[in-house]
Write a protein that binds this ligand. Structure first.
Ligand SMILES: Cc1cc2nc3c(=O)[nH]c(=O)nc-3n(C[C@H](O)[C@H](O)[C@H](O)COP(=O)(O)OP(=O)(O)OC[C@H]3O[C@@H](n4cnc5c(N)ncnc54)[C@H](O)[C@@H]3O)c2cc1C
Length: 407
């Protein structure tokens, strides 16, 4: 019998399991799916690595730095900043001239706000560099949209042409109702490190954590039906017991039955993969669609960032849409091609649809986020997960580390 049962092998559960194992505690992780990772997974199809949604790792995440072995993950960075697909069909570039000096002139000439607004980005960078991640999560909580125009004084144009599409793609909601604490945290993380993916796909992150646990510590295809006292009942009928039980499912899963106060609101995304013979972009940048009426939010050529994502001579296009999109898969593929043809011309019609994924529970709603949480439900029963802090790899891992420390 294990000392501790963890329900869910997402990043929060795996992080807790890793730290508890390091401290000599025996853990058993019960996972409903056939593999680890929860929301962070990669599926191989015809030699292409398809992440389950457009996901990236900010290498500055303190929790990831502390626990992950970055060199074993073979991380490959995006170029800092973004390529702006502008409403008139032209392209512009927003860079970070400190990390990528070559982006200075394109940034100055991008049609996304005046010079003072662009210098405001550098000012904010310096301001946030002076705050710790904990301090960022103690700042006054207001919607991101409000602070961009108010406190930070960015021009309407910069907010609309850069921040809105960039952060809509991260928060997965276009109005930027998400707490400014989350905006500040993401901004700080992106300024202080690279934005990267493992060459073997984002799924390498949970695989690394799972691989460090002793053989037999994770039972896959083991969906938990309910908990009674210190007994865990599986859907298969099996019953397992432990002195401590940690619930690490998403908020709308088993968690909500035992911790009714958790945040069960969420946002969704729709994600498309295409294969292409020619790469539509020339460098490993995230391209942002700045037309607010379009459905496509971003485009990246994944093999330009990390060659492992596509077979030699072919290209993998990752196209993200915010929210749950109506329409059949075929209609959405056609819509994406039509919208992107504004910038990529006839070539877009030749992209071949590979896979479409609708991620209903993608992130917890983040109007309110925090840097600390209470994990204990009652003696012997604990809850962790990104929904308690904020929806990110770092938030999920922090909850896992902190519960392990408490135990
Ligand atoms: C499309 C998308 C894009 C994202 N982009 C980024 C990004 O770029 N950067 C970033 O930092 N974060 C990103 N995130 C957020 C990040 O992936 C999550 O915050 C994090 O993975 C959540 O981990 P978790 O352990 O809290 O939950 P989950 O990953 O949801 O893990 C819960 C686990 O519990 C299991 N489970 C559920 N019910 C049961 C049951 N009854 N019995 C047993 N097991 C059960 C599930 O199968 C799952 O494995 C993104 C998320 C999505 C979906």
């Amino acid at each position: 019998m294990a000392d501790i049962i963890i329900i869910g092998a997402g990043l929060s559960g795996l992080t807790a399991a890793n730290y508890l194992h390091q401290k000599g505690r025996s853990v058993l992780v019960l996972e409903a799916a056939g593999r680890p990772g929860g929301r962070v997974q990669t599926t191989e199809q015809d030699g292409f690595l398809l992440d389950h949604g457009f996901q990236v790792l900010a290498t500055a995440y303190p929790e990831a730095r502390a626990l992950l072995d970055y060199s074993a993950l073979d991380l490959r960075p995006f170029k800092p900043g973004a390529l702006l697909l502008q409403p008139d069909g032209s392209r512009g570039r927003i860079g970070d001239p400190i990390r990528d000096p070559g982006s200075l002139f394109p940034t100055l000439f991008a049609k996304a706000g005046g010079l003072s607004s662009k210098l405001g980005i550098l000012r904010l960078r310096n301001q946030l560099a002076r705050l710790s991640a904990e301090e960022v999560f103690q700042r006054e909580e207001r919607p991101t949209a409000e602070v961009l125009r108010g406190e930070y004084g960015f021009s309407e144009e910069l907010a609309a042409r850069f921040f809105r599409p960039f952060y809509a793609g991260i928060f997965l909601e276009p109005e930027l109702r998400t707490s400014r604490r989350m905006f500040d945290f993401v901004f700080k993380m992106f300024a202080e490190g690279a934005v990267a993916v493992p060459n073997g796909g984002m799924g390498q992150i949970p695989l690394q954590l799972a691989g460090r646990l002793p053989e037999g510590s994770i039972r896959y295809n083991s969906r938990v039906a309910h908990i009674e006292g210190q007994h865990v009942h599986l859907e298969s009928g099996a019953v397992l017991s432990a002195g401590k039980i940690i619930l690490a499912t998403e908020a709308t899963g088993l968690v909500k039955d035992y911790a009714p106060a958790v945040n069960t609101q969420f946002v969704s995304t729709t994600h498309l993969h295409f294969r292409a013979a020619e790469a539509p972009l020339r460098s490993p940048l995230i391209a942002l669609n700045t037309r607010p009426t379009d459905r496509v939010n971003s485009l990246a050529v994944m093999d330009q960032v990390a060659p492992g994502y596509a077979p030699a001579g072919q290209h993998l296009l990752s196209v993200a849409m915010v929210g749950q999109q109506m329409g059949t898969d075929g209609e959405l593929f056609a819509q994406a091609q039509q919208e992107l043809s504004r910038w990529f011309g006839q070539a877009a019609a030749g992209w071949q649809p590979l896979h479409l994924r609708r991620v209903k529970y993608a992130l917890p709603a983040q109007e309110h986020v925090q840097g600390q949480a209470s994990y204990k439900i009652r003696d012997g029963l604990y809850v962790i997960g990104d929904h308690l802090l904020h929806g990110s790899i770092n938030g999920a891992m922090q909850s896992g580390r902190e519960v392990a420390e408490q135990l």
